[in-house]
Ligand binder design. Structure first.
Ligand code: FAD
Length: 300
């Protein structure tokens, strides 16, 4: 590890418009909390000529519920992971997201690092991404003179590669109101508590008369990007809920991943653990949604 950073130009624009004009995704990189970027600059994995800090841009550090937008949760690009994890709106309305962030043990990372920065790193091991997939989140991206809005599952293109183009910045993540009666669960398997995931899983389910009426399943660290297990979701919506359905959905979910072997795990173990974690997450979420004791339709 090099202690000194190579020289670079430092800009602190005051608006998103100025910032998008400056960043090009290569020689000029955006800086939010700096947790990932500064470490990579020390390791010489990133050698930007210009670093564009977003910290002086007002109005990007919010975590708020939009009462006029169907009760959606809006998370600004400068909202830290800790801020999101501790927000009463999140713990009450979107506990799955708080649960995923709580699995990140490094407090310095959560206090400095932003939720949007976590996504923009583009790692398939993000703990935040599967929760946002399961919650149906969207990502707002500002460019020069325009803004686009994409589903979070279209944001990840490959390891370290996202949908953010040169002269674009993510401004916000928007999480829709939870379906009524839904419950979620995030589970993570890692070598040690403070390590990144070997495999992680997030699910969100709701039931109507013992059958799944809403199902989203997402898996991280088991493919080049986080993935949504659509075939498993479809199976859940078709079949009556019972332990065998949870097991069959978990097996279908394992068919949607493409794990690799690396220092953290083997591909075979990851595939096996996808089955275990998806089955357990579905069973626990179903319990939370009230299907096992006949109380489905619980208020969100
Ligand atoms: C010790 C340690 C432990 C960790 N543990 C975990 C863990 O358990 N689980 C987990 O999921 N993650 C973990 N992480 C990753 C961590 O969550 C991310 O590195 C952090 O959230 C990045 O956010 P940041 O604001 O610091 O981003 P920065 O470092 O500022 O930026 C990261 C990248 O995103 C780009 N970027 C930032 N904001 C924007 C934007 N608004 N628009 C476009 N591009 C942008 C930057 O140009 C840069 O390329 C860990 C990291 C460390 C160092």
């Amino acid at each position: 590890m090099h202690r000194a950073l190579l020289p670079f130009e430092f800009s602190e624009p005051a608006s998103v418009e100025e910032a998008v004009a400056l960043v090009d995704g290569g020689r000029a990189r955006a800086l939010a909390g700096g947790v990932d970027l500064v470490l990579k600059m020390r390791l010489r994995q990133e050698t930007p000529e210009r670093v564009v800090s977003l910290q002086k841009i007002a109005g990007l550090d919010h975590v708020r519920v939009d009462a006029h937008g169907g009760g959606a949760l809006h998370i600004g690009a400068l909202a830290t992971l800790r801020q999101v994890e501790q927000s009463a709106a999140v713990t009450q309305g979107w506990p799955l997201l708080a649960e995923a962030i709580a699995s990140i043990v490094s407090m310095q990372t959560k206090v400095m690092g932003t939720l949007v920065g976590n996504l923009c790193v583009g790692t398939p091991a993000s703990d935040v991404a599967p929760a946002l997939f399961a919650l149906g989140a969207r990502v707002k991206i500002a460019g020069v003179g325009d803004e686009r809005d994409i589903a979070v599952e279209d944001f990840f293109l490959g390891p370290g590669v996202t949908a953010v183009r040169p002269h674009e910045l993510v401004t916000e993540v928007v999480v829709p109101a939870r379906p009524v009666g839904s419950a979620g669960r995030f589970l993570k398997l890692s070598k040690t508590a403070d390590d990144i995931a070997k495999v992680n899983v997030a699910v969100s389910v709701a039931f109507s008369r013992g059958t799944c009426a809403h199902a989203r399943i997402a898996i991280g660290s088991a493919a080049p990007t986080p993935v949504r297990a659509v075939a498993a979701e479809e199976l859940l919506l078709r079949e009556d809920w019972c332990p065998a359905t949870a097991k069959a959905a978990a097996e279908a979910a394992a068919r949607s991943v493409r794990p690799i072997s690396d220092v953290r795990s083997t591909a075979d173990y990851r595939a096996e653990m996808v089955k275990v974690l998806v089955r357990d997450a579905l069973t626990q979420a179903a319990d939370g949604a009230g299907v096992l004791d006949g109380h489905d339709g619980k208020e969100a």
